[in-house]
Design a protein. Structure first.
Length: 186
């Protein structure tokens, strides 16, 4: 029987156990809308035609690098009911300086049930996606108040250059192969 948290059943994590999702590397991310609803626009002539909500999904994905300076973006694609993107974590250079400055700040108690394990205190994929989904949701609901993301996201650690190239191509070609996509739903 699955374990419970706060008296609710928990679904086991799909994340790779013992992997630091804040480690330098490339990550293939897929985020779906709730119930695979078409919130972002439609495919026509093998091209994604973004609506206003889809344009926000694209805008805030590009904005990730402004909020997380240790992140670079690979290819990304907004689809009718999901989005794919590659996030590249590279924590060299200014990151060390940021840590030093933060260490000079007065110590504050960390609240909440998670304490120091709060994912919003870590520089990792979960924090980036949580920011992205939250920012998008806030703005998208001004246009479509029923907008919702699926509660989770898919990730894949890209381990070599062949895999990176294959995934980059998959993302780029996704609109032209929409009807064969595993996320396809009319």
């Amino acid at each position: 029987m699955p374990e419970k948290f706060q008296n609710k059943y928990r679904i086991p994590s799909a994340r790779l156990q013992n992997w630091d999702y804040g480690a330098n590397g490339a990550y293939f991310i897929t985020i779906c809308t709730k119930e695979m609803k078409h919130f972002f626009g439609e495919i026509g002539n093998e091209k994604m035609n973004l609506n206003a909500v889809g344009a926000l999904a694209e805008e805030y994905w590009v904005e990730i690098i402004k909020h997380f300076p240790y992140v670079e973006l690979g290819n990304f694609q907004i689809m009718p009911n999901h989005m794919h993107g590659i996030l590249i974590i590279n924590k060299s250079g200014e990151f060390v300086e940021t840590q030093l400055i933060e260490s000079l700040q007065p110590h504050q108690e960390i609240g909440g049930f998670a304490g120091e394990n709060n994912p919003m205190l870590s520089e990792n994929i979960s924090r980036i996606i949580r920011w992205y989904k939250g920012r998008c949701t806030f703005e998208m609901r001004k246009i479509n108040e029923s907008f919702e993301w699926h509660s989770r996201f898919h990730d894949h650690i890209i381990r070599n250059s062949d895999s990176f190239e294959r995934i980059q191509n998959y993302i780029e070609e996704n609109p032209s192969k929409w009807e064969d996509d595993k996320f396809f739903k009319k």
